[in-house]
Design a protein around this ligand. Structure first.
Ligand code: AP5
Ligand code: MG
Length: 193
């Protein structure tokens, strides 16, 4: 079982690339942000608890997101592997994920999509209005970036050599090519298809 973990700032292209990897590799794309947004839309208990936190650009509690991830990766369609987009986002989540993955006997493949802050802001600005994401407002985006820098960036130290750094600049195809090259199991699988 292969667990792909995509790290990167808000707007770096995690969702875009996770969807492409999922399609090419035939593995589910698991976005904690998308699952939470769906819960907000559906007005479930989870959605009600997460709505204001997300709109403000802050992190939902570790306990809640771990529950989501544990349930999702245990599903039958994840038996060959899965692509994680937006989890983990801090050291506590990374430790919890490590335990889940070792319990599942999964091999982890970690890639960090690196994009400069000016480009992140331009991308999210470009998306504003079309995606209807409340957290794309100037203020919420600024907060998401701050949270990323203080909480999620330290994951690069946490994972050290286990994480490959991939430039997220250039076209979507170029970034996808770099990611596949940084994920040896993915390259092998794509070649044999
Ligand atoms: P989440 O949904 O994960 O949002 P995010 O990390 O802030 O990132 P985005 O989804 O905005 O960006 P992305 O990296 O996916 O880039 P995308 O492909 O869209 O989380 C949202 C919220 O949920 C959090 O703030 C938090 O409240 C909560 N949450 C989620 N996970 C959590 C967790 N683990 N713990 C606690 N709370 C959690 O690309 C961005 C734009 O750029 C798009 O318009 C795209 O089309 C464009 N683009 C992509 N690639 C390129 C390219 N190469 N060139 C030009 N444009 C490009
Ligand atoms: Mg996303």
């Amino acid at each position: 079982m292969n667990a792909v973990i995509l790290l990167g700032a808000p707007g770096s292209g995690k969702g875009t690339q996770a969807a492409r990897l999922a399609e090419s590799l035939g593995m589910p794309h698991i976005s904690t942000g998308a699952i939470l947004r769906q819960a907000v839309t559906d007005g479930t208990e989870l959605g009600v608890a997460a709505r204001d936190i997300m709109a403000a650009g802050r992190l939902v509690s570790d306990e809640i997101v771990l529950g989501i991830v544990e349930a999702r990766v245990s599903a039958h369609d994840c038996r060959r592997g899965f692509i994680l987009d937006g989890y983990p986002r801090n050291r506590a989540q990374a430790r919890a994920l490590g335990e889940v993955l070792s319990r599942l006997g999964a091999t982890e493949w970690i890639a960090n999509i690196a994009v400069p802050a000016e480009e992140l802001a331009a991308r999210v600005r470009g998306r504003r209005g079309t995606d209807g994401r409340q957290d794309d407002s100037e203020e919420a985006f600024r907060r998401r970036l701050e949270v990323y820098e203080s909480e999620s960036l330290p994951l690069l130290d946490y994972y050290g050599d286990r994480a490959s750094n991939v430039s997220g600049l250039g076209s979507r195809d170029e970034v996808f090519g770099r990611l596949c090259a940084a994920l040896p199991f993915a390259t092998a699988q794509l070649v044999t298809q």
